[in-house]
Design a protein around this ligand. Structure first.
Ligand SMILES: [Zn+2]
Length: 198
């Protein structure tokens, strides 16, 4: 089944978990950047519903020692792709999700203003799954049909020194081969992430 966005910016084929952690995008800015992240909660655990709880302000700070303080975070992403390829949507693509934080891309700050954020359930030590790449590629193609995307970046590309995701195991070549028809450009060389080449 084709992935298709409605006029409201929600995907018909994703599981909807609406997050209150969003607001309006600034007027007049094109959504031209895709940002790839990873997340796991607790770190290194790939089960349960803690990520969706985090993005909807329902996390129990006593559920795990590492969760202390998380209940005060107001964060979200537009999408989450779980290990087996399940796709969740938290925020309409037309709205601003709160995924990038302090960030910088080709001379512009506040990447949330003009980007779509996709979280992959994962970490820096376990390879992402084939199901995740497959869904990510399909989602990228659907997004590129709906918004004027031109660029893709990792969170670490736009917040170097502060963020490490999607990490060394995200296979950029594989992803780029699967999405070549979208014409997205990642203006970061593998070893010079602080020096955009564009
Ligand atoms: Zn991130």
């Amino acid at each position: 089944m084709a992935m298709c966005f409605g006029d409201d910016g929600w995907l018909s084929t994703a599981r909807r978990v609406p997050s209150p952690n969003h607001d309006l995008r600034p007027d007049g800015l094109a959504v031209d950047l895709l940002v790839i992240h990873y997340i796991s909660l607790p770190a290194g655990h790939f089960s349960g519903d803690m990520i969706e709880r985090l993005f909807t302000n329902r996390i129990d700070p006593h559920a795990h020692p590492s969760f202390q303080g998380l209940e005060a975070l107001k964060v979200s992403a537009h999408f989450l792709i779980r290990r087996h390829g399940e796709l969740l949507q938290f925020v309409s693509g037309d709205a601003r999700a709160w995924h990038a934080g302090v960030s910088h891309f080709l001379g512009r700050d506040r990447c949330n203003d003009f980007s779509i954020g996709i979280e992959l359930e994962g970490n820096a030590t376990r390879p992402f799954t084939s199901a995740q790449y497959r869904i990510l590629a399909r989602l990228t193609r659907a997004l590129a049909r709906r918004w004027p995307l031109r660029y893709v970046a990792g969170h670490s590309d736009i917040a170097p020194g502060r963020k490490e995701d999607p990490g060394p195991l995200f296979d950029w070549n594989r992803y780029e081969q699967m999405t070549v028809s979208c014409g997205l450009h990642r203006p970061f060389a593998a070893d010079t992430r602080t020096n955009p080449q564009a």
